[in-house]
Design a protein around this ligand. Structure first.
Ligand code: G3P
Length: 221
C-alpha cells in the first residue's frame, strides 16, 4: 500500500516527504482554504516537493465547467491528478477528461456502486471516505474490504485510495483490506512512527554504549 499525505500544508508535506515514504499527495478545497494561499501556487509547490500524483480538486459542479477547470489544473504540472466529486456530472466530466489521458481521482465515494461507476468512466483512483462513514455509525472499513473484493473479481484497474483516515488503526486496516493507497493526515504519520518501546530501547542502547565505550581509551562512536 502506497502512502499519500492528505494535506495542503507545505511544511507538513516537506517534513513527511523527508522520511522518504511519500508516493503522492491529496488536497481538497477545505484543506487548501485552511492554508489561505493561492491554489495554483500551493499545488505547484507541492509538486516540487513530492514526485508523485498530486490531487487537485475542482470546485465547479456542472459538466462543462468541471471539464474546463480539470483541464486547467492538469496543465499546472505533469503530476497533477484532477479530483472530481462522485456525482452524475462528475462521472461525465471524468469520462471526458480520462478520454484525453488526464488522470482523475473520484472523491467523496461512500458505496461500492458509486465506485463501480467511477471505475467505468476510467478513474485512476476512487476515494472511499472511511472516517465519514464511521461518523454516521457505518463501518467505513467494510467499504474498503468490499471494494478490494469487487475490484479484484472484476479485474478493475482503478486504485482504491482509502481516505478520511482518522487514526493509525485506519491505516493498518486499510492495508489489511487491500487498499492500494492510503491518504493520511500529518498528525497520523507522527503517531504511526512513534512507539514507546522504540524510544525506551534506543535510550538504553545509547546509555549502555556510552557507559562502556566512552570510557575506553580510543573510543569511537
Ligand atoms: O481525503 C479526504 C479527507 O480529506 C477527508 O477527511 O477527516 O475531513 O473526513 P475528513
Amino acid at each position: 500500500m502506497k502512502f499519500f499525505i492528505d494535506s495542503a500544508n507545505i511544511e507538513h508535506i516537506k517534513e513527511i516527504a523527508s522520511w522518504g515514504i511519500l508516493s503522492g499527495v491529496t488536497t481538497n478545497p477545505s484543506l487548501v482554504a485552511k492554508e489561505g494561499k493561492d491554489f495554483k501556487q500551493v499545488v505547484q509547490q507541492i509538486c516540487e516537493l513530492v514526485n508523485g500524483p498530486i490531487s487537485a480538486e475542482v470546485i465547479s459542479t456542472d459538466v462543462d465547467s468541471m471539464i474546463k477547470e480539470g483541464k486547467e489544473v492538469s496543465t499546472w504540472h505533469k503530476n497533477v491528478v484532477v479530483k472530481l466529486p462522485t456525482i452524475p456530472n462528475g462521472l461525465a466530466a471524468c469520462k471526458a477528461l480520462t478520454s484525453q489521458n488526464i488522470k482523475v481521482n473520484m472523491t467523496l465515494c461512500f458505496s461500492v456502486n458509486q465506485a463501480l461507476l467511477c471505475a467505468s468512466v476510467g478513474a485512476t483512483y476512487v476515494s472511499p471516505f472511511v472516517g465519514r462513514l464511521d461518523d454516521i455509525n457505518q463501518d467505513g472499513m467494510s467499504l474498503i474490504r468490499d471494494l478490494a473484493q469487487v475490484f479484484s473479481i472484476q479485474k478493475i484497474k482503478t486504485e482504491i485510495l482509502s481516505a478520511s483516515i482518522r487514526h493509525p488503526a485506519h491505516v493498518m486496516d486499510s492495508a489489511k483490506a487491500g487498499a492500494h493507497v492510503a491518504t493520511i493526515p500529518y498528525p497520523i504519520f507522527k503517531q504511526m512512527i512513534q512507539h514507546p518501546l522504540t524510544d525506551k530501547g534506543l535510550e538504553k542502547f545509547l546509555a549502555d554504549w556510552n557507559e562502556v565505550m566512552l570510557k575506553m581509551p580510543s573510543h569511537s562512536k
